[in-house]
Design a protein around this ligand. Structure first.
Ligand SMILES: Nc1ncnc2c1ncn2[C@@H]1O[C@H](COP(=O)(O)OP(=O)(O)OP(=O)(O)O)[C@@H](O)[C@H]1O
Ligand SMILES: [Mg+2]
Length: 363
C-alpha cells in the first residue's frame, strides 16, 4: 500500500510552475519532489520512494516522451501522468501508447493543479490494482507450477515403484529358476519352472509400465513382444522352432495385461510341451482388435489337444487359464477347424462398466 502522503516527482524545467505544483499538491496531502529535467528526474527516481510521476513534454535535454520511454524500461516504475502545455492530441496518444497512465494539459496559472491531484490519485490507485492483479496472477502461476511439479514427482515415484516391483518379481523368478535347476526330481523341476514362467509374466507387465508414457495403461502388443522374447530365452524355449507374434497396437490397463500375459504364458508353454512330440514346430500368437473387443489366439500346427493324454498333467494350466479368463470376462473356445490346437479368447478392451454389470446382474 502507498503511504498516506504519497510522493509525487514533478519533472518540469519551469521552476515557477514547479513551486505552484508543490504548494498546490502539498495542501492536498502529497509530498512533492521537483526535478528540472528528464535526466535529473530519472536520477531521483532511481533513489526510490516515488509513488507517482508528473512529466512535462517540452524540456531541454531529454524531452517528456524520451524520459517516459526510459521510465517504462524500469521494472515496477511508478505510474506517469503526462503533462504538457500543448493541445496537440498526437502527443497525448503517443504518451498513452508509450505507457503513461493519464494525460493533462497545463496552464501557466496553475489551474490544472486540482486536475493533476485527481489524475495522480487515480494513477496511484490504478497502479495498485494492477500490482494486485499481477500478484494474484503470479500466485496462480506459482500454484500451477507447484501442482505440475507434484504431478511429475508422483509419476516419477510410481514409475520407480513399478520398476522395483518388476525387479523384485524378476528376482523371485530367478530364485525359482535356480531351485528348479538344482533339483533332480522331474516333477519338482517342472513345477518350479512353471511357477517361474508365471511370475516372469507378471514381472514383465511392471517393466512395461516403467517404460510406458502412461502409467495407467500398457501397450499390449509391446508387452506380448517382451513376454514372448522371455519365453524364447527360457530353457523350455530352446525347444521352440518359431514363436511368432502378430499384434495390433492396443492399450489396456495393467490388471488386464497381467491376466492376458499369464494366459499366453500357459498356452504357449502347453504348445511347446505337447504339440510337437517329434521335434519343434511353429507357434503363433495373434491379437486383433474387433470394435470394442479384442481377439487373442494361440495356435500350433501340432498333434491337437485330444491326441495324447498326459498322465503327469496337473491340470493346473487349465485352471489358471479359466481363472484369468473369468477375470477378463472372456469367452474361451477351441477352433475345431484348425489342424493342431488353436485356442481363441474374446474379451472387452476395458472392464465392464459397474452400472452395466449391476443392471445385467439384476436382469
Ligand atoms: N497345444 C497342445 N497340444 C497338444 N496337447 C495339449 C496342448 N495343450 C494342452 N494339451 C494337453 O492338455 C493337457 C492339459 O494341459 P494343462 O495346461 O491344463 O496342464 P499341463 O500343461 O499338463 O500342466 P501344467 O500347465 O500345470 O504344467 C496337457 O497335459 C496336454 O496333454
Ligand atoms: Mg500347461
Amino acid at each position: 500500500m502507498t503511504s498516506a502522503t504519497p510522493t509525487l516527482l514533478y519533472i518540469d524545467d519551469d521552476p515557477a510552475l514547479a513551486r505552484l505544483v508543490d504548494r498546490g499538491l502539498t495542501r492536498h496531502g502529497f509530498t512533492v519532489v521537483h526535478a528540472a529535467g528528464g535526466s535529473q528526474g530519472l536520477e531521483r527516481l532511481a533513489q526510490g520512494d516515488i509513488d507517482v510521476i508528473a512529466l512535462d513534454q517540452y524540456m531541454p535535454g531529454l524531452d517528456g516522451l524520451e524520459t517516459l520511454e526510459r521510465i517504462m524500461q524500469i521494472a515496477g516504475a511508478p505510474p506517469v501522468v503526462f503533462v504538457t502545455a500543448s493541445q496537440d492530441s498526437a502527443i497525448a496518444v503517443t504518451a498513452l501508447k508509450a505507457g503513461a497512465a493519464d494525460y493533462l494539459v497545463k496552464d501557466t496559472g496553475g489551474d490544472f493543479i486540482p486536475l493533476l491531484q485527481v489524475a495522480a490519485h487515480g494513477a496511484i490507485r490504478q497502479a495498485e490494482l494492477q500490482r494486485a492483479r499481477d500478484e494474484a496472477e503470479a500466485e496462480v502461476h506459482a500454484a500451477r507450477d507447484r501442482f505440475e511439479a507434484l504431478a511429475a514427482e508422483r509419476e516419477m515415484l510410481l514409475r520407480e515403484v513399478n520398476h522395483r516391483v518388476g525387479n523384485s518379481l524378476q528376482i523371485i523368478a530367478s530364485l525359482l529358476h535356480l531351485q528348479a535347476s538344482s533339483t533332480t526330481q522331474q516333477d519338482v523341476k517342472a513345477a518350479l519352472t512353471n511357477a517361474m514362467g508365471r511370475v516372469a509374466a507378471v514381472a514383465q507387465v511392471h517393466r512395461r509400465l516403467y517404460t510406458s508414457h502412461d502409467l495407467k495403461s500398457v501397450l499390449l502388443n509391446q508387452y506380448l513382444d517382451s513376454l514372448l522374447e522371455d519365453l524364447r530365452r527360457s530353457a523350455e524355449g530352446n525347444r521352440m522352432s518359431r514363436l511368432t507374434l502378430k499384434a495390433e497396437p492396443v492399450e489396456i490397463d495393467p490388471d488386464r495385461a497381467v491376466a492376458i500375459g499369464i494366459i499366453v504364458n500357459e498356452l504357449v508353454m502347453n504348445a511347446v510341451k505337447y504339440a510337437y512330440p517329434d521335434g519343434p514346430g511353429p507357434i503363433h500368437v495373434e491379437l486383433k482388435a474387433e470394435g470394442d473387443e479384442l481377439a487373442l489366439s494361440i495356435a500350433d500346427d501340432g498333434v491337437g489337444l485330444a491326441a495324447r493324454s498326459n498322465p503327469r498333467s496337473t491340470g493346473m494350466g487349465q485352471r489358471i487359464v479359466s481363472a484369468m479368463a473369468s477375470k477378463l470376462e472372456a469367452c474361451v473356445e477351441r477352433d475345431p477347424a484348425h489342424a493342431g490346437t488353436r485356442i481363441l479368447l474374446r474379451f472387452g478392451r476395458a472392464v465392464a462398466a459397474p452400472d452395466k454389470a449391476a443392471s445385467a446382474a439384476a436382469g
